[in-house]
Write a protein that binds this ligand. Structure first.
Ligand SMILES: Cc1cc2nc3c(=O)[nH]c(=O)nc-3n(C[C@H](O)[C@H](O)[C@H](O)COP(=O)(O)O)c2cc1C
Length: 219
């Protein structure tokens, strides 16, 4: 039994979502040094859209009639679902891309979601403690010019919290492109505050995941 951690940043060397997820993980590991962390890196090991198609069509096909590609896709689906079902706590680190959800994450979700333990009839994930760390280059907060343009965070919440039934914490860090894109230099102070808030939230959620397991939280 362990923490399952998924990363979806396509730029891992400079990833803000990874840095925040590291803070969550640190708290888990400090409280449960022997529990282990199972990792899935969707940038290093992406799941193809064809896999999803083969998982769905394979599910409609009697076992003996499935193509090799359908069997392979269903085996991967089972492995993805095993990672979720076997973990005691879940950690997802998912950036905003092109105003929507990471396509790496979406495909991973779609494939895992076909497992009968997980889809809406399944109950294996209900109540499982989880943290979603999400980062946005810009800022889409209420009243901002692009309020409502973040179509990733609401979808992620919907599927993880309402569809899978996870006991979800959300840590969001907007304005990660401040300091990278000079056009955003005027927002340096607010971006620094938002970063500090997100880091505090990440540590807190890591402690909560550790406590949900019944362990000793880190100081
Ligand atoms: C291809 C691409 C598309 C992006 N699209 C958006 C976007 O639509 N809105 C936004 O606010 N930031 C966007 N960003 C910025 C990322 O959300 C931001 O850099 C974030 O920190 C990336 O996550 P990471 O630091 O974990 O890699 C985009 C970045 C990339 C590389």
């Amino acid at each position: 039994m362990s923490l399952f951690r998924l990363d979806a940043s396509i730029l891992p060397a400079t990833s803000a979502s990874r840095a925040l997820a590291d803070l969550v993980e640190e708290q888990w590991t400090a409280a449960h040094p022997d529990a282990g962390v199972v990792r899935r890196d969707l940038a290093a090991d992406p799941i193809s859209a064809t896999t999803w198609q083969n998982t769905v069509t394979g599910g409609f096909t009697p076992q003996g009639d499935r193509t090799p590609a359908q069997n392979e896709a269903i085996a991967l689906r089972t492995a993805l679902a095993d990672e979720l079902v076997n973990a005691e706590a879940l950690l997802f680190a998912v950036p905003l891309y092109n105003y929507g959800v990471s396509q790496h994450f979406k495909t991973w979700f779609d494939v895992a979601h076909t497992d009968p333990r997980i889809d809406p009839q399944g109950t294996a994930l209900r109540g499982k403690p989880a943290t979603l760390v999400t980062v946005l280059g810009g800022n889409y907060s209420p009243g901002s010019p692009k309020d409502g343009w973040d179509h990733s965070t609401p979808w992620l919440r919907r599927v993880l919290e309402d569809v899978w039934g996870l006991d979800l914490r959300v840590v969001q860090r907007p304005f990660t492109l401040v300091g990278v894109n000079p056009a955003l230099d005027a927002f340096s102070d607010v971006a620094a505050e938002l970063k500090a808030e997100a880091e505090t939230g990440a540590r807190r959620s890591g402690r909560e995941l550790a406590e949900a397991r019944g362990g000793r939280p880190a100081a």
